[in-house]
Write a protein that binds this ligand. Sequence first.
Ligand code: UDX
Ligand code: ADP
Length: 463
Amino acid sequence: MGITKICCIGAGYVGGPTMAVIAQKCPHIQVTVVDLNEARIAAWNDKDLSQIPIYEPGLDVIVGEARGRNLFFSTDVDKAIDEAQIIFISVNTPTKTYGKGKGMAADLKYIELCARQIARVAKDNKIVVEKSTLPVRTAEAIKSILDNTGNGVQFQILSNPEFLAEGTAVEDLLNPDRILIGGDSTVEGQKAIQSLVNVYSNWVSDEKILTTNVWSSELSKLTANAFLAQRISSINAMSELCEKTGADVSEVAKAIGMDSRIGSKFLKASVGFGGSCFQKDILNLVYIAKSYGLNEVADYWEQVIIMNDHQKRRFSDKIVQTLYNTVSGKKITFLGWAFKKDTNDTRESAAIYVADDLINEHANIAVYDPKVSTNKIIDDLNYLETRTAEKNENRISCFTDPYQACHNAHAIAVLTEWDEFKTFDWQKIYDAMQKPAFIFDGRNLLNGAELKAIGFVYHGVGA
Ligand code: UDX
Ligand code: ADP
């Protein structure tokens, strides 16, 4: 099928950047991104490209080039579904917060709503593509809804998991390591796969486009994220041992990373991984394994999460212990709130949990993050429901100037590895702080030796 119209349901961190790049690379295809959230769509349509709702380096330029030409953002979901030959589903699939599987399983209500909407609207054959990360066999559920409630038209369901990492989304989309497309082995299934392959072939070489069955594709996404997260938990486990034994985790990471069988990436010890994917996907994996009675498999992967929670808790404990076992009434400044640099996304960010622990100890938290808004920071804390919103607001203050954020602080904690923190005037910050002036570098970002020379008491992770 010659594809001329694509629709994507969900204008979030996955749908927005992915569709912008498809539109840029395929000027002959009309790409419409739809969302129920009117404010989000309005922001995507903002004339001022610095106001688009997702911050990703390079994304504004791509949106600027394609928007209005063959890239459109709209709230008219029905119209976009009706017109499209391929429909991507990129809605959120958070971990369930209620009922069976609470805290573990993915909440598929948004996916189901999309499937029902597609079934209701579609009047001709469609290819429906799962883009969101989903539990294995979700495609089957989508197919069942479409086939049983649709208007008698044919649907092909493909799994095309997204491997982009936030902060490097544009680069990852332009030069992907691989594109994975799973579909049925039937003639129609293979035709649908080929239609999607043809879209990506506009800029990705054929040897990088892998096709599999639907379940392999779905499970590959969970497996990739589980392996990546496992590396971080593994090096973080070693970081605690390093602190006890006098080894330096950065040296250990370098030494093992030079073994080509291990490789050097994703070995950076930190305050713990965050983001919308790792924890959610592993919990999903654990839930699926348990549901098949595979308890050892479930326990094995759950340990990655247990280690990550431990690493976050260990960081806040260390701050309390070092500050003479009390942070009550003390000002602790957080540099960074996002879960990693170059994004305004804060989902599952370690900063949220570390702040929550320190507020339990009655600390006052000052936050400076170059891209995260004050409302978001307060919302993140309120979402934990540890205390009332008023109590959170009394304990948190947000700054747009890092020097004011650090003024009079007892300690600074680096929670995100934003490059700009390295260029701060650290002497000026030191002069305005309480003494001794402590720095807890949860990213091993700063130059510890230089900071110690200024007079700071510097603690990194794993050394
Ligand atoms: C991840 C996967 O990398 C991506 O392929 C998938 O599509 C979505 O999930 P993302 O969550 O955007 O991407 O970011 P990633 O770069 O993987 O970082 C996740 C977390 O791990 C961040 O909090 C990051 O700071 C942390 N991290 C990463 C470390 O602590 N150490 C490392 O060595 C690498
Ligand atoms: P992700 O990181 O997976 O892209 P986001 O939460 O950033 O997740 O984006 C998902 C988007 O999907 C949200 O903007 C949400 O409003 C949208 N969405 C959820 N359900 C529907 C639906 N049924 N129709 C249209 N948009 C939806």
